[in-house]
Design a protein around this ligand. Sequence first.
Ligand code: ASP
Length: 313
Amino acid sequence: MTEIVPKIIIHGGAINPDSEPFLEEIKSAIFEGIKILKTGGTALDAVTESLYMLEQKPIFNAGIGAWPNLKGEVELDSIIMDGRSLKAGAIAAAKNVKSPIKLARKVMEETDHILIVGSGAEELAKAFGLFELHKIPEERLKQWQDIKRSLKEGKDVPMLNYWKKISKWASIGDTIGAVAIDKEGSIAAGTSSGGFPMKLPGRVGDVPLIGCSTYADNNAGGVSITGQGEVIMTHLLAKKIIDLMKDGYYAKFATEWMVSYINELTGGKALLAVIAIDKFGNFGSARNTDKTPHAFMDVTMDKPLFHFSKIIR
Ligand code: ASP
């Protein structure tokens, strides 16, 4: 068996620009993951700590920077999966959680469950010292207020056009996700999100649902997806990509094929960006988005690679 070079790949959401300051923050997060992998740490720790760093940055739609829902409240979704054991942990529609990705990991490691929602997740956050009253950053609040005002005035809000029935209310968000493989060949994947900005209260997206935004299986690979949650859910997209990789397809083919397939099914209308690492240690990334900050690095490189995701329309 060829030796695995530990590596990590990260995305910063479907519509955040593939430029500064997003790339700078992703670079710091990727260095954090690489530091862990270089010193023999696990893919699970690399994914957790990298995503934790991004959750603390107000510019991403996850953790502190998460977009408020229609009522102006932040409800967080996150998931983490360990490809060694196929164990996963997730939280959904959770308020006042300091680190959704760390709480998801607690669900995986400290409970008999996979998904804890709403007030249950808040209680769990208290039990694990991860409770923090959510203070929406000023800039995010201003963006939210501007959109809300435009909606009330009946103005067209281009970023809300993705929804048919609730186009008055919703838009696409800027989730974060990571996939890593360590020297043992163990793979982990995680995704964390505020969900769609202006989503209806109580709406749970694809992020915390196993096999939708995220999956990891050492016999196949790991995947994290950002984009239009309802489409990702309908097609169990992460699991579909995993199944391709289980059949021996490389991450590059599996991610590109899946974006083409969804483009065809939806007439290119479902926004989508995918990152993956296969069981052989190859990475892949494809998208139909214009933007999406993303980066890749392995432990032999001295700086991350940017702008590699294949755009498929
Ligand atoms: N997929 C997320 C959701 O629908 C949004 C995103 O990826 O930015 O909640």
